[in-house]
Design a binder for this molecule. Structure first.
Ligand code: NAP
Length: 277
């Protein structure tokens, strides 16, 4: 019998805890969110992040720039936020319009305000298992595993996806937790066979229902990071949930799994950045 890991409930519980921490800090904690252009999905993400700030008592500063904003104007904004003492965390919503060099923009976020945990210093520290601001989505996955008391030590963990924002930091966190980790990607030979060896399988691919029941070991823990659309345009994950669930000990759903945890970890990172400033 499988158990569904309720990311929404865990996120709500953690946000309550973060709210208490923010209050107890006695600080006016601020998060700046920069959105360039009018990508509908990005607008929803930014709205949700601003709403979450309100829930936990963090002040949000939203900067919405026109889709034609120049590279220089976006860089100037981020540089000014880097200097602003009211701002403890800076989040630049990706993707940005194609004419913007996002790497250059992100390079102006100081490591201590990098609440997304994307900069080379934070990634390097994570790799060395040192204290840092950890990328929100994989950190959210770790909280979900911990909330269910899932033991990782000595387990075979497979991460499908090697992006800098999900797959790679996920693999590092699982390694730091003493799992034996395999990272897969689009060039992996015999993906099915690798996945079948997973006690813990994390899917971060971006392809609807890509992980099918024949790829999952009996009793595995399956975490679905994907946020995709099915053939009817409905939100779904990278895992074929309905067919895979019966094989699992634990499985996370989409929606209501990793998604709410990502924003919660962003709130937590902003709190951490503020108390360490
Ligand atoms: P990404 O940058 O596009 O990376 C996708 C990864 O999947 C790549 O490493 C790619 O391999 C691999 N891949 C693609 N096709 C594959 C195949 N056929 N077999 C094996 N591996 C394959 O995506 P991302 O940013 O990591 O996001 C992944 C998914 O998570 C997306 O659905 C995204 O929307 C979702 N997401 C959700 C949250 C959340 O809060 N829930 C946050 C971030 C992302 P190559 O490297 O070889 O190309």
């Amino acid at each position: 019998m499988y158990k569904v890991i309720d990311g929404k409930a865990l996120a709500a519980k953690m946000r309550e805890d973060i709210k208490q921490k923010v209050q107890a800090s006695g600080k006016n904690i601020g998060l700046a969110v920069v959105l360039v252009g009018d990508d509908p999905a990005s607008q929803v993400y930014v709205r949700n992040k601003i709403k979450a700030c309100g829930e936990v008592g963090i002040k949000s500063y939203a900067y919405r720039l026109d889709k034609d904003a120049t590279q220089a104007s976006v860089e100037e904004l981020v540089k000014s936020l880097a200097e602003d003492n009211n701002v403890h965390g800076i989040l630049v919503q990706l993707p940005m319009p194609p004419h913007i060099d996002s790497k250059k923009v992100l390079s102006h976020i100081p490591c201590k305000k990098d609440v997304d945990g994307f900069c080379a210093e934070n990634i390097g520290k994570l790799c060395m298992n040192e204290d840092c601001l950890v990328a929100c989505t994989p950190n959210g996955v770790m909280q979900m595993l911990a909330s269910e008391g899932i033991e990782l030590k000595g387990k075979n963990a497979v991460v499908v996806g090697r992006s800098n924002i999900v797959g790679k930091p996920m693999a590092m966190l699982l390694t730091n937790a003493d799992a034996t980790v395999t990272v897969c990607h689009s060039k992996t030979a015999d993906l099915k066979q690798v996945c079948l060896n997973a006690d813990v399988l994390v899917a971060a691919i971006g392809k609807a229902k890509f992980i099918t029941a024949d790829m999952v070991k009996e009793g595995a823990v399956v975490i679905d990071v994907g946020m995709d659309r099915d053939e009817n345009g409905k939100l779904c994950g990278d895992v074929d949930f309905e067919n895979v669930k019966e094989k699992c000990s634990y499985i996370s759903p989409v929606p209501g799994g990793v998604g709410p945890m990502t924003i919660t970890m962003l709130m937590y990172n902003t709190y951490l950045a503020a108390v360490r400033s």
